[in-house]
Design a protein around this ligand. Structure first.
Ligand code: NAP
Length: 304
């Protein structure tokens, strides 16, 4: 808990983002806004880390002044072996995006997975059942990718009782492995793994989720346009990429009249969950949202 770290210390607490590269990240902006809003004397930093520096970087998180870290590409899987405890869902996912330092012990979590479900709920996709559980029963999802983010998404979708999950990946063996892992944990009635998107058949209440970096660096799309065009207008397209603000996939979806959103809400929700894990306090989500949306608007303005 934060109180134990800060009670008798005048020095600044630290949280950081571990990855390579990290310079592009929006996390310092909205996490710092949240820390400042609650008067928590901590700084959120960018910790650019080369592969051979990773063990020392993780060891440094045990410092009493460190609350923990976020982890991004390419270390979400690699950090697992350095941690003292990892929650069971995160073990199944096989990827950690949040590390918490509790009295020198390091705990690993995956907040990307619940962050995606909060995002879908906020977008009006899925519903809460009578027991307050979020449900995607009746939905068909095409998940593009089988890497760390896709693994989190697939387990989250499985936990929300999605009806049909099609995992499309460049290397089909990886998609098959992910499908088998999810099927081992959740009863998904229809599960497929493909590397040939042309064989995709649209279904009512479809969701297309891009969990690849395709579209981040070049103006290209991860799904052929003729395939996207087959989907009905009640489809929802979610691209985990948030920079650029509008990828080619989102642009083409909107041109077809299909509802679409970028990865910013997921960044917000995974970050809010991580904030609570580090500080033990509810995240000031509207402060975080405003900081992120202001940044997005300035990015949009500068790309015009
Ligand atoms: P990763 O573990 O490296 O996985 C990358 C995935 O993309 C793999 O399935 C890979 O396929 C596929 N891929 C990569 N380059 C490709 C290409 N040129 N053509 C086709 N497929 C390609 O990365 P990750 O951590 O899952 O991240 C994926 C994306 O999600 C990134 O853009 C990341 O920024 C974003 N993300 C966003 C949030 C958020 O909060 N908005 C959270 C997490 C991740 P193979 O298996 O065939 O190599």
């Amino acid at each position: 808990m934060l109180g134990e770290h800060s009670s008798n210390r005048a020095s600044l607490l630290r949280i950081g983002l571990i990855g390579d590269p990290v310079a592009h990240s929006y996390s310092p902006y909205f996490q710092q806004a949240a820390l400042d809003a609650l008067g928590i004397p901590a700084r959120y930093e960018l910790w650019q880390t080369e592969a051979d520096e990773l063990p020392a970087r993780i060891a440094s998180l045990r410092d009493p002044e460190c609350l923990g870290a976020n982890v991004t590409i390419p270390y979400k899987e690699a950090v697992l072996i350095y941690l003292d405890a990892v929650d069971p869902l995160t073990v199944s996912i096989g990827a950690v995006n949040t590390i918490v330092n509790r009295d020198g012990y390091l705990y690993g979590y995956n907040t990307d997975a619940p962050g995606l479900l909060y995002t879908l709920a906020e977008q009006g996709v899925g519903e809460y059942d009578d027991e307050g559980r979020f449900s995607l029963r009746g939905y068909s999802v095409v998940l593009l990718g089988a890497g760390g983010a896709a693994r989190g998404a697939a387990f989250a979708l499985g936990s929300a009782s999605v009806t049909r999950l099609v995992i499309v990946n460049r290397h089909v063996e990886r998609a098959q492995r992910l499908a088998a892992d999810v099927a081992g944990a959740f009863a998904v009635p229809e599960m497929y793994s493909l590397n040939e998107p042309n064989s995709l058949k649209p279904h009512p209440k479809s969701l297309i989720i891009n969990a690849t970096p395709v579209g981040m660096h070049d103006d290209v799309y991860p799904l052929p346009l003729e395939v996207l065009a087959r989907f009905a207008q009640d489809t929802f397209v979610f691209d985990m990429i948030y920079n650029p603000v509008e990828t080619r996939l989102l642009r083409e979806a909107r041109t077809l009249g299909v509802r679409a959103a970028n990865g910013l809400p997921m960044l917000l929700h995974q970050g809010a969950l991580a904030f609570t894990l580090w500080t033990g306090q509810p995240a000031p989500i509207e402060v975080m949202r405003s900081a992120l949306w202001a940044l997005q608007e300035s990015e949009r303005g500068s790309s015009l």
